[in-house]
Design a binder for this molecule. Structure first.
Ligand code: PAF
Length: 282
């Protein structure tokens, strides 16, 4: 399996193995790989001649230094998982210096307002960091298609906007959420939960499903209040937000319109570990 730590080496390698007609699939990750990541890789392997996976914990997208420090870093195990999946995967695991060249700061982006909602509101600067790293990784890996999980649905919409605004020649592919048997959305952060917390965290998806069912017959405000009350009953969890929003603009719903697609978004703390999830509502 080819593993590169320097962007120049990856670029040189891609230049030698690809032709003008080759397709490159790209899966950007921050490591601590789970089955959701592996599903993105499988899709990329099926749809492209080459698949590049990046493993890079991007400092500029963390607004909370403790979250950055505690983010799981499991490169060896990650490489092993990819080797078992398919040893043709090309791994890019750069250092912070290789990416940021001594200036670890984010560029500032205008995503036409998508960045002001939900994650943007509670994690200031987060989407500037995401835009900075995704743009940089696209320059290095020059993908034909790039694969992103729908769990980070706001990120997915923002990356689509970034690509459109900067006219980056890549197709962004959104892939379904992978869930643990309990329904908990797969996330690298789940590794930090205790077994009890992990079991209890199944409640997040259970509440989302119930909210979806209520949304069919009740006003969004009533559903939102119901969710807030449910979390009050569970002291292990601290609800940061539950928002019902228009899927394309991400603006919170004002009144239900038949022609619109709505989605619920949630962020919950379990003992300082922040989990997010989302569900389509109609
Ligand atoms: O979704 C993630 O893991 C990260 O935000 C990404 C896209 C790899 C950028 O660092």
């Amino acid at each position: 399996m080819q593993i590169f730590n320097k962007n120049i080496a990856l670029r040189e390698f891609l230049a030698t193995v690809t032709t003008n007609n080759s397709t490159i699939g790209f899966v950007p990750t921050m490591g601590a790989l789970h089955d959701g990541h592996l599903a993105l890789m499988k899709q990329s392997l099926q749809e492209n001649d080459f698949t590049v996976v990046s493993i890079f914990v991007n400092p500029t997208q963390f607004n909370n230094p403790e979250d950055l420090a505690k983010y799981p870093r499991t490169l060896e195990a990650d490489v092993e998982k990819m080797r078992i999946l398919n040893d043709k995967i090309i791994v890019f695991a750069p250092t912070v210096d290789d990416i940021y060249e001594g200036k670890t700061t984010a560029q500032s982006f205008d995503y036409d307002g998508l960045e002001h909602q939900m994650e943007g509101q509670f994690r200031p600067g987060h989407f500037d960091g995401v835009g900075t790293i995704v743009k940089r990784l696209f320059e290095i890996a020059t993908p034909t298609k790039a694969y992103f999980g729908e769990k980070d649905f706001q990120q997915l919409q923002i990356v689509k906007k970034l690509v459109a605004k900067y006219e980056i020649p890549v197709t962004i592919v959104g892939c379904p959420i992978y869930r643990e048997a309990s329904g908990l959305a797969m996330s690298s952060r789940n590794e930090r939960l205790t077994p009890t917390e992990r079991k209890e965290a199944a409640i997040i998806y259970a509440i989302l499903k119930e909210a979806k069912s209520k949304f069919q017959t009740q006003d969004a405000e009533i559903v939102e209040d119901w969710v807030k009350n449910e979390f009050k009953k569970h002291p292990l969890f601290e609800l940061e937000y539950f928002v019902i929003a228009d899927e394309s603009t991400l603006l919170p719903i004002t009144f239900k319109e038949k022609s619109k697609n709505y989605r619920a978004f949630i962020a919950v703390f379990v003992n300082n570990i922040r989990l997010i999830d989302t569900i389509t509502l109609n």
